[in-house]
Design a protein around this ligand. Structure first.
Ligand SMILES: [Zn+2]
Length: 269
């Protein structure tokens, strides 16, 4: 089954870090073994198929961070953009359908960030009730992003995460969704660091939840939210960026060329 897989490495960059090279090798190998096991069990997951895509891991030298903001845009999004600009940092916004903030989609793109599909409604019970429902929700958001920005999104985030309970409870819907995303050339991303700001979080905890969990990750994909009532995330952001820049991290946007961080397989990557 390895025959069809193409995983590209950048030799120059990889030589800089034997440890990193080894981590990549094991991450891919373990994912393949897991995928093989799942297939053998008749539970063919999207993780296996995702690895068939060409992935340029040279972009992840252990010093690149991928910030992601979910559930916006909201009345706070503009302020998030101001902070990112102040630090010269690019991020990825997984957006929802918010016609009150329709100008924000274009603003996100104009300032050099990436935009990804999250969900039109963000109502789990509707989205995951059937594949048709999922597709309707996805398409509504996908089309709206294009309408507002003229850009076709290339990345997607499952509401609740691909490994969260809503997805786990609807494996068939998720499997079909992943097939559809692949047919569209869209990669889905979870995260491996989180501000834990889905509910209430203090400014200090939002900061610590990120900063204390960055360094073990070779390719940190950080989950934050720029939706309503995320003032504390916004307030924590400058110190987060300051610390990451002090540590020498650079920031990039997610694309199908980045190693996909999927919970359950590459979560620890
Ligand atoms: Zn969300």
């Amino acid at each position: 089954m390895e025959g069809g897989r193409k995983v590209l490495y950048n030799g120059n960059k990889m030589n800089k870090s034997e440890k990193f090279q080894s981590a990549v090798f094991w991450a891919v190998t373990l994912s393949l073994l897991l995928a093989a096991a799942l297939t053998g069990m008749g539970i063919q997951g999207g993780q296996e198929r995702a690895l068939e895509q060409e992935i340029d891991t040279s972009v992840s030298d252990g010093k690149t961070v991928y910030l992601t903001f979910d559930d916006g845009p909201s009345y706070l999004t503009e302020q998030f953009l101001e902070v990112l600009d102040a630090y010269g940092v690019k991020a990825t916004f997984f957006v929802t359908y918010q016609s009150d903030y329709a100008d924000m989609y274009r603003e996100i793109i104009d300032r050099g960030h990436a935009i990804g599909v999250h969900s039109a409604s963000h109502v789990y019970s509707e989205i995951y009730a059937s594949y048709e429902n999922w597709l309707q929700d996805f398409t509504k958001m996908y089309d709206y992003i294009f309408e507002q920005t003229g850009v076709y999104p290339l990345v997607y985030r499952f509401p609740g995460g691909s490994y969260g309970n809503p997805c786990k409870n609807h494996p068939q819907v998720v499997e079909q969704a992943i097939e559809y995303l692949e047919s569209m050339g869209i990669q889905y991303f979870d995260w491996n660091v989180s501000a834990e700001d889905g509910g209430y979080v203090s400014i200090n905890d939002a900061y610590r939840n990120i900063i204390d969990h960055i360094q073990p990750r070779h390719l940190p994909v950080i989950l934050m939210h720029d939706g309503v009532e995320k003032e504390n995330t916004l307030a924590a952001l400058p110190d987060v960026l300051k610390q990451l820049q002090e540590w020498g991290y650079t920031f990039d946007t997610l694309s199908p060329q980045v190693l996909p961080i999927h919970q359950g397989t590459s979560w620890d990557y």
